[in-house]
Design a protein around this ligand. Structure first.
Ligand code: FEO
Ligand code: CA
Ligand code: CA
Length: 667
């Protein structure tokens, strides 16, 4: 989702985050905060030295993080980077192919009709590939085989662009009145959710198997789901349609996600607030405090006019049933997705898991809003490698933690457990269900560190390090920075590297440092924290999604590079150096068409295919593209990528990238 969209969807929440009201009024400065402010430090390393000098107890620890190799010369990647820029199509590094695999509207479920954008129906859309592909997961077929040539692709459909989907019908008229009829809303709801498609590579090229029994659509309109974990069945989860509080229809705003070692996908419900309406119902509502902390109702979509459950005046608990991590078993197409409440309720960006050295499963997550937090969940049970099918409910029991980044380079994971500290009845938490339903408020009370929009949180199993994409934060003031969010405002974003001690992802204390402050190297205060120079094409801003390949190398995709202000380049994919002399520099590998963000990046197990998702090509940001320079609509889009056929609108699509010689991606 672009910054503009997020801004629009965050109106109500911004009210809380206005200049007059700090994001986290309960946060007390740490010793490190005070030191950092006094020093006005520019670089973590310098600050580290200062903190060490000031700390009589020497609590600052060692630096760099223990176990790091001595810097080596040269890049770990071997490809010629592409030129940064903007045009109507996509670009990939020389020697690679980037082939469109599946597009919005393509048949998914066997027998689905062909795409006809002028005669779209909800029934057709519910069997076709949805809109705005985001997260991509890949699991091999047969199950457990490690096959990199045949598997199940899981793709999220985060949200819809009415102005690009519907000919002359979507969006609002000039008076602001919604043109969205019940029929159009139902098409939108069917275009949300996720797709599972079987894919295979033959003769070096990928194709979708349209006859596969695994193919399925999960939608906001009609997919039944189960709610599990500590909040399931709680009174605050009950509605007229579901007096049990354990059943819900659909999933919305599914952004990034993850895949588990037992062969399921996790999909993250992000900006759920935008689908609810009726601002008049907020004041005096039993959930008023909860609504305000999450920006409910966001009123971006007009679903509540046609479906009562999205009107908070009519169905006050429905928002509590969204904002969760949803688990899907793709190997059983009849399985019900499960909302795992133990992982907390917030604007979830992703949910990547690692099996810890002690067998517990750890899931890293970001809450993508300005001044919100980084989380991890640690399972109570241990993963059974001998029987993957026995691990199905590991995500129902465990501890959710939120991160506090201290200025001395240490990181504390604070447990969100009812009865500990302020998470008690006095503060409105009667039990763990309340803590999870209002995860954000619980994290506020614990003094977590408000971050610059945490997106993907990507563990590197090879090193025990974990990368946090922080997209940007236009609202951070210069006098409200901290060591982990050192720029105010921060229009370009940055990446923080967290290091678990000896690769123990269950530990309560980590160390952290900034990998790169994104943006043009011509801007002061930008670039690698270790001082390496980047190339003209190697820098970017707005890091969003990330992947770690089989060699342990980091790849970053972006959401927010655009014509005009800031980078004046398209979003895309950059290979990131994390060690050695080039640490913190990027190398441009793939470029998206104008208006699109790039999502998904997912490698096959053999690293010989990289799937990426091109989301919202020709989006509103394209208006500032000089050759175009006007509103981008269904009738007159900034690009008709990927078909380039008269009358065919732009289509969010998954692209399969392979090397022409069949070798691994990135060399
Ligand atoms: Fe949907 Fe946080 O991007
Ligand atoms: Ca994403
Ligand atoms: Ca995102």
């Amino acid at each position: 989702m672009s910054q503009d969209d997020t801004d629009a969807m965050s109106r109500a929440a911004d009210f809380e985050l206005s200049d007059d009201t700090p994001a986290n009024p309960l946060r007390t400065p740490t010793f490190g905060d005070i030191v950092n402010r006094r020093l006005g430090r520019r670089h973590t390393v310098k600050g580290m030295l200062a903190v060490t000098a000031l700390s009589a107890a020497g609590t600052a620890g060692l630096w760099p993080a223990a176990g790091r190799e001595a810097p080596a010369q040269g890049s770990v990647f071997a490809f010629d980077e592409i030129e940064a820029g903007i045009d109507e199509t996509h670009h990939v590094a020389p020697g690679y192919d980037a082939d469109v695999l599946i597009r919005w509207g393509d048949p998914v479920v066997p027998g689905a009709p062909a795409f006809d954008p002028l005669n779209q129906t909800a029934a057709a859309q519910a069997r076709q590939f949805g809109y705005n592909c985001d997260f991509i997961g890949y699991l091999p077929l047969p199950r457990g085989s490690g096959n990199s040539d045949r598997g199940l692709l899981f793709v999220n459909h985060e949200y819809t662009n009415e102005e690009l989907m519907f000919p002359g019908l979507g969006g609002q008229d000039e008076t602001g009145y919604s043109r969205m009829t019940r029929e159009l809303v139902d098409i939108e709801m069917a275009a949300h959710g996720a797709s599972v498609v079987e894919v295979e590579k033959t003769g070096g090229k990928w194709r979708v198997r349209h006859d596969s029994p695994y193919n399925r659509r999960i939608t906001a309109l009609s997919t039944n789901m189960r709610i599990s974990g500590p909040a399931a069945g709680h009174d605050r989860m009950k509605t007229a349609a579901d007096p049990s509080g354990t059943r819900v229809v659909g999933t919305i705003n599914n952004c990034a996600g993850g895949q588990t070692p037992w062969g399921t996908f996790l999909t993250a419900e992000e900006n759920f607030h935008g689908y609810f309406q009726n601002e008049d119902a907020v004041a005096g509502h039993a959930e008023e405090r909860n609504f305000k902390r999450y920006g409910v109702p966001g009123q971006r979509y007009d679903w509540g006019r046609h479906h009562d459950r999205f009107d908070i005046g009519k169905e006050p608990n429905e928002p509590n049933r969204f904002g969760w991590i949803v688990e899907v078993d793709p190997y059983d197409p009849a399985s019900e997705p499960i909302k795992r409440t133990a992982l907390g309720r917030f604007k979830h960006e992703g949910a990547e898991t690692v099996v810890n050295k002690d067998g517990r499963v750890v899931c890293y997550m970001g809450d993508d809003q300005r001044f919100d937090y980084v989380y991890k969940f640690v399972s109570e049970g241990r993963y059974d490698f001998s029987d993957p099918a026995a691990n199905g409910d590991l995500l129902d029991s465990g501890t959710l933690f939120v991160a506090r980044f201290d200025a001395d380079g240490s990181l504390a994971w604070l447990p969100l457990v009812h009865g500990s500290g302020p998470l008690d009845a006095e503060h409105g938490f009667q039990g763990q269900a309340d803590v999870l339903i209002e995860t954000r408020r619980a994290a506020d009370l614990l003094g977590a560190t408000p971050m610059d929009r945490p997106e993907d949180v990507e563990p590197n199993p090879a090193t025990g390090r974990v990368y946090v994409m922080l997209t940007n934060n236009s609202k951070r003031k210069g006098d409200d920075t901290d060591a982990a969010n050192p720029r105010g405002p921060n229009p370009h974003g940055h990446i923080v590297e967290m290091t678990s001690p000896d690769g123990d992802h269950g530990a309560l204390e980590y160390r952290w440092e900034i990998l790169v402050r994104c943006g043009s190297p011509n801007d002061p205060g930008t670039g690698s924290e270790w001082g390496a120079a980047t190339t003209e094409n190697g820098w970017f801003e707005d890091p969003d999604n990330a992947a770690v390949d089989g060699k342990g190398r980091l790849w970053v995709s972006t959401d927010g590079n655009k014509p005009g202000a800031h980078s004046n380049r398209s979003d895309g994919l950059w290979a990131m150096e994390t060690d050695g002399a080039l640490r913190g520099t990027g190398r441009h590998f793939f470029r998206a068409p104008v208006g699109a963000e790039l999502c998904g990046p997912r490698f096959t197990p053999d690293d010989r295919t990289l799937f990426v998702a091109v989301q919202h090509p020709a989006d509103a940001g394209a208006k500032k593209w000089v050759p175009f320079g006007r509103a981008s609509t269904f009738e007159d889009p900034a690009t008709r990528w990927p078909d380039f056929r008269p009358g065919m609108p732009p289509r969010p699509s998954v692209v399969a990238i392979t090397k022409k010689d069949g070798g691994p991606i990135g060399g």
